[in-house]
Design a protein around this ligand. Structure first.
Ligand code: GLN
Length: 491
């Protein structure tokens, strides 16, 4: 294999298992690429070159000893900086956790290591995963490899940009309202939000616990499925983890790649049509529907009347949960402590620490959430939002009685220039218009490159019933085979 950084994870895994390339050589190629381009892209907050090379050499030693290697052994992966990595800095994109080195690995990270995967480092993100552009990272934004003047999506823009820019073949993201799928869409990569509870949250810095879902970022649907199979499945350390095996995602991706979707019924959500999508995105979606029909799928229009209320419901539920989760950053237990001069009270130190450590968007959400949960307002806001969540779930259940999966554009607009949406929070929130309903329901969804609008990538979202993750892989792989790969201009 000549170009190790443009190869798929599947190809790299095969080459390493067959002894055609060493894991060390593959890792060095990616570290060199990071050294060459990351000053411009800024996908990484921390590169762990020593740890990566040691992990790679361990895989090479296992192979030399005659051990059979798994499909992703020796394959590099980048991890969103919201997952705990033992001894390796974990900031969640926030100043309040600057310099913190967790004493343990998240379950997901442990599974990557058990599979022999090589962790290259930690990727940039909006602070505590709140945002859609990485502009809310306390460490400066990540740039989109397709156009360095534009955002790579968020909150997991670092993971998506690392994959799009050939700095890593695979990455881990987390999706609370769209933070894997939306960055996938705007960087021309594949982003998967598994079924809630299908991937462990143990060791994930919590934003909104009833919504947070870790998942794969990749350049191909099969690569995403291979990573999904490594990280998914029951974890006794997470009380919301589903005690069931990972759905057959790899088989489904391979089946889909044959390009035959006959017998598959896909629902187009009527409420999304003409709702907020810019013309270029709407045009790619129309072409995609035609392509899917050609592949044999039957397209049906379905109505999900409560999807229109998903955004307001999410922006009550997610901030409410975050106001509770972020209370642990108190300047006492770990992370930043400001103003502790031995004279000030605990409350003063706590307040100064939080003032200095949290960015504006995080503060906005803590205040909003604390208000929505306060006595007297709880029923009117949080309680009401929970009722809407139930209605949205019923919309999904009714739709899945008629179709196998739902499709929509992943995002209403392509990657936007820096600064375009930071002055009005609502404009930023709109980036997740089509992704949020799935999080409220808990089902799986994937974003797969569907085409270009003005030279920038557009994603198709495929949403499936809970624990039917394999279905969306099949549809996405079929579309991928029809569209062909989208590659950004050389960096
Ligand atoms: N952009 C959404 C938000 O700001 C979703 C974030 C996410 O999925 N982590 O909350």
């Amino acid at each position: 294999m000549t170009d190790l950084t443009t190869a798929t994870a599947e190809q790299l895994g095969r080459a390493i298992a067959a002894g055609e390339s060493s894991a060390e050589e593959v890792t060095r190629a990616h570290l060199d690429r990071i050294a060459a381009v990351d000053a411009r892209v800024h996908a990484f907050l921390h590169v762990d070159a020593d740890g990566a090379l040691a992990a790679a050499r361990a895989v090479d030693a296992r192979r030399a000893a005659g051990e059979a290697l798994g499909p992703l052994a020796g394959v590099p992966v980048a991890v969103k900086d919201v997952l705990c990595t033992r001894g390796v800095p974990t900031t969640a994109g926030s100043k309040i956790l600057e310099g913190w080195r967790p004493p343990y690995d998240a379950t997901l990270v442990a599974r990557l290591r058990e599979a022999g995967m090589v962790i290259l480092g930690k990727t940039n993100m909006d602070e505590f995963a709140m945002g859609s552009s990485t502009e809310y990272s306390a460490y400066g934004p990540t740039r989109n490899p397709w156009d360095l003047g534009r955002i790579p999506g968020g909150s997991g823009g670092g993971s998506a940009a690392a994959v799009a820019g050939y700095e890593a073949p695979l990455a881990i993201g987390t999706d609370t309202g769209g933070s894997i799928r939306q960055p996938g869409a705007v960087t021309g990569t594949v982003g998967v939000k598994p079924t809630y509870g299908g991937t462990s949250r143990y060791g994930l810095v919590a934003f909104s616990s009833s919504l947070d879902t870790p998942g794969p970022c990749a350049r191909t649907v099969t690569d995403a499925a291979l990573l999904h199979a490594v990280i998914g499945g029951h974890d006794p350390m997470d009380s919301t983890s589903i005690p069931a095996p990972v759905p057959p995602v790899v088989e489904a991706a391979r089946r889909g790649a044959s390009g035959d979707l006959s017998g598959v019924r896909l629902g187009v959500v009527a409420e999304f049509a003409g709702d907020g999508a810019e013309p270029g995105v709407a045009a790619v979606f129309r072409d995609t529907v035609a392509r899917l029909t050609k592949l044999g799928a039957e397209i049906v229009e379905v109505s999900c009347p409560h999807f229109a209320y998903a955004l307001p419901a999410y922006y009550l539920i997610a901030p409410s949960e975050c106001s509770s989760n972020l209370a642990r950053f108190d300047g006492v237990r770990f992370g930043l402590r400001t103003g502790d001069d031995g004279q000030r009270s605990l409350e003063e130190v706590m307040s100064m620490t939080r003032e200095a450590g949290f960015g504006a968007e995080v503060k906005r959400r803590i205040i909003l959430g604390a208000y929505a949960l306060s006595s007297g307002y709880y029923d009117a806001y949080y309680g009401q939002a929970q009722k809407v969540r139930t209605l949205i779930t019923r919309d999904f259940t009714a739709a899945f009685g008629r179709v196998d999966a739902l499709i929509s554009p992943t995002t209403p607009f392509v990657a936007f220039p820096f600064g375009a949406r930071t002055s009005d929070p609502y404009q930023m929130y709109l980036a997740d218009l089509y992704t949020i309903p799935t999080n409220l329901y808990g089902g799986p969804a994937i974003s797969v490159p569907a085409g270009l609008s003005d030279g920038l990538p557009v994603g198709l979202q495929v949403m499936a019933p809970t624990m039917a993750d394999d279905r969306m892989y099949r549809v996405a792989a079929a579309l991928e085979a029809a569209v062909g790969p989208l590659a950004p201009p050389a960096l």
